[in-house]
Write a protein that binds this ligand. Structure first.
Ligand code: IPE
Ligand code: IPE
Ligand code: MG
Length: 249
């Protein structure tokens, strides 16, 4: 009986827990298609995607990943129908209102990356409150990309650096790659080792443009609401088989 059970057990992916990717980026894509397949409104897909987000954050923390960056809303996503944008914002607000305890129970420190000035003062206060309350948590660092665009992030960094040059705080010749990195929303963090994109799309869609210079990419046809811990382990296991050369031999 036990042998029969083992026969049908899903294969375990061999993961070397001593050599985990430090930072994983996830493009949480495919919510709309997941809903369409079921004859549901796109907002139901986003609600299902939000549940997967919570599950995967917990799994990543348990696996021992140090940093996870999830792409939740891009600078381009404002172009979607108003109804859909409102549904996404309502889900976010619900998370801000009710997600704090779960984050603290899991020792997760949250950090929002993106241009927050697009949101109302009240919404921004909630974002700050969540960041401040989880600031001393020492488990997983979770970056949530909201109104995030890689080009917007680099433009913003250039603007801040230019201001510093203008004010005499910095000279042009002192600007290095590190200067740029230090002025991004992910300042002080390791670059993503692995970027995961489900839903069968093979593009970055403006996600972590600067930081992904040497990231390993992992794609899957699975739609985000269906993404499981097994998929995460498979991506890590595949990542560990890659030969990262960073331009060397
Ligand atoms: C990702 O799912 C969620 C956001 C972009 C906010 P999509 O809504 O892009 O789902 P598809 O790609 O249409 O299936
Ligand atoms: C990327 O997905 C943005 C997020 C997952 C938040 P999109 O669905 O917006 O990207 P495209 O339009 O397929 O490139
Ligand atoms: Mg999409």
């Amino acid at each position: 009986m036990i042998m029969l059970k083992n026969l049908f057990k899903k294969p375990e992916h061999k993961v070397d827990f001593e050599n985990l990717p430090q930072h994983i980026g996830i493009i949480m894509d495919g919510n709309g298609r997941w809903a369409k397949k079921r004859g549901l409104p796109r907002s139901s897909g986003h609600a299902a995607g939000a549940k997967t987000f919570e599950r995967i954050v917990e799994d990543a923390g348990n696996i021992g990943i140090k940093i996870v960056t999830v792409y939740a809303f891009s600078t381009e996503n404002w172009s979607r129908p108003k109804e859909e944008v409102n549904a996404l914002m309502a889900l976010l607000e619900d998370y801000l209102d009710h997600g704090l305890e779960r984050l603290s129970n899991r020792d997760v420190k949250i950090h929002f990356i993106g241009d927050m000035s697009a949101f109302s003062d009240e919404f921004q206060k909630k974002l700050c409150h969540m960041e401040k309350t989880t600031y001393n948590n020492s488990g997983l660092l979770l970056n949530v990309a909201l109104n995030y665009g890689g080009r917007n992030e680099i433009t913003n960094a250039v603007r801040i650096i230019a201001e510093k040059v203008k004010d005499g705080e910095l000279s042009c010749s002192d600007i290095t790659e590190e200067t740029i990195s230090e002025h991004l929303y992910t300042s002080g963090q390791a670059d993503p080792d692995l970027i995961i994109r489900p839903s069968g799309e093979y593009r970055l869609s403006n996600f972590l443009l600067w930081q992904s210079a040497y990231s390993e990419f992992w794609y899957s046809n699975c739609l985000w609401p269906d993404f499981t811990k097994e998929d995460l382990l498979k991506s890590i296991s595949d990542f560990q088989k890659r030969n990262r050369r960073f331009g060397g031999v």
